[in-house]
Ligand binder design. Sequence first.
Ligand code: ADP
Length: 518
Amino acid sequence: MKEKILSVLQKYYGYKSFRRGQEEIITSILQGEDVLAIMPTGGGKSICYQIPALCMDGLTIVISPLISLMKDQVDALTAMGIEASYINSSLSSSDYNQILENIINDKYKIIYVAPERLESAEFLNIIQNKDISQIAIDEAHCISQWGHDFRVSYKKIPNFIKNLKTRPTVTTFTATASTEVRKDILNMLGLIEPKIFITGFDRENLYINIVKSSAKNKYLLEYVENHKTENGIIYAATRKEVEKIYEGLLKRDINVIKYHAGMSNEDRKINQDKFINDEVNIIIATNAFGMGIDKPDIRWVMHYNMPQSIENYYQEIGRAGRDGEKSECVLLFTPGDVHTQKYLIEMGTESVTRKSIQYNKLQQMVDLVYSNSCYRKSILEYFGEVMLGQCDNCSNCLNEGEIIDKTLDAQKVISCIYRMKRNYGLTMIVDVLRGSKNKKVLEVGFNKLSTYGIMKDYSNEELKNFINTLVSHGFLEIKENPGARGSFPTISMNNQSLKVLKGDIKVEFKEVKVAKES
Ligand code: ADP
């Protein structure tokens, strides 16, 4: 079987070898096993269901929510000599009828269908009389409320499968890896003894550089000046921020374009094409930019603001270095980024449950930023993939700062929180530890605590950094307290804090230098 699928890969796609995971997934599908494959965007999911489609008798139905990408996929398949088509709302009724006719006549090996179309009685009638080898569900996380892109239409899929005369192999693909989403995919889509693959998340050629700096602008200008001949994307959290960076770089005669949802469709398309066709090599964008962009030679991605989740972050930096060449991903972080993201969550139209999931994901992103260990390892672990050792290609691994025993300082922080009795926010805790004469501190009498002012030697920013790092490494916990004026996070103790306090475990961090605006 190995040789056969390799020859299909070479014959149709012209690739020499499989990427990690692809061969195992394809083999599993060809053995008739249901599959849940968790792979990053751009990881090469399509081949995993397309090659089985080509090797099996009968038709493969691919369910995908991305109408705009269906045509590209089908065009690519057709160009390779594979009979394929798609059914979605963009078709005229005569085209639709022609495609149904072709299905009846077994013209296709692969057909892409939007989930909304699965209910059509006409379509179902035709499909019921056909030999269906595989139902491949792309972006399978859309079935789950816990995912980042829940779609009601996905709920129609289980019924559709049930109505088929014989149950084909059901294969599911997603880049979202949280356990809740995974459970929903397995249960709601009714996978039978599925094989689960978590694979391909590691992008070794990407240098992950996270910079905690209040000097973002300076960093950005210097960076762009030094990298302006290479293709790069600058991501910012809001349209306003995109505009600001855009204007700033134009003023310095740097050839840049912008992309955000506030621009007309036409302007966006023009700019996207300019970037793809190498007319301009730097684009400044919100996260509206990038879906379906498969430009191989993007050498750097800069995040001017921290994204809302590790999924978003990893997807966005994943656009760099698709050709496998070394590329850099710089994330510029200030605590203000957390407020911006919270504001965006608050302003969103999502339900209360969804918002609390978003807050959770945001905190995991914040924890990543404050982590002092290998960033790549933390990210891969987040996606469920195991990495041994450290990567030596992220700013934490390459940070030459010394490892310092911070147990004593950690004990000071924890014992102060213990003495404050109720849970307070970061600012209050920092004020007490630094001996602030702030009215709020004095009112509750925290100036009488034995821990009042015991960390004066830390600056405000350093101490906040340190406490956030303790949270990131699980020595303390953050609780979100949603209220009328947004969510107010407080810091509380957990089992680990008690162990630190008792001296049962040591707290050791690499020293981090915080750059200041000059
Ligand atoms: P996604 O996982 O986002 O669906 P795609 O299937 O579109 O990703 O694959 C992303 C890119 O990687 C495509 O250009 C695809 O042709 C390429 N690709 C996939 N598998 C391989 C392979 N084994 N060798 C080289 N390139 C590959």
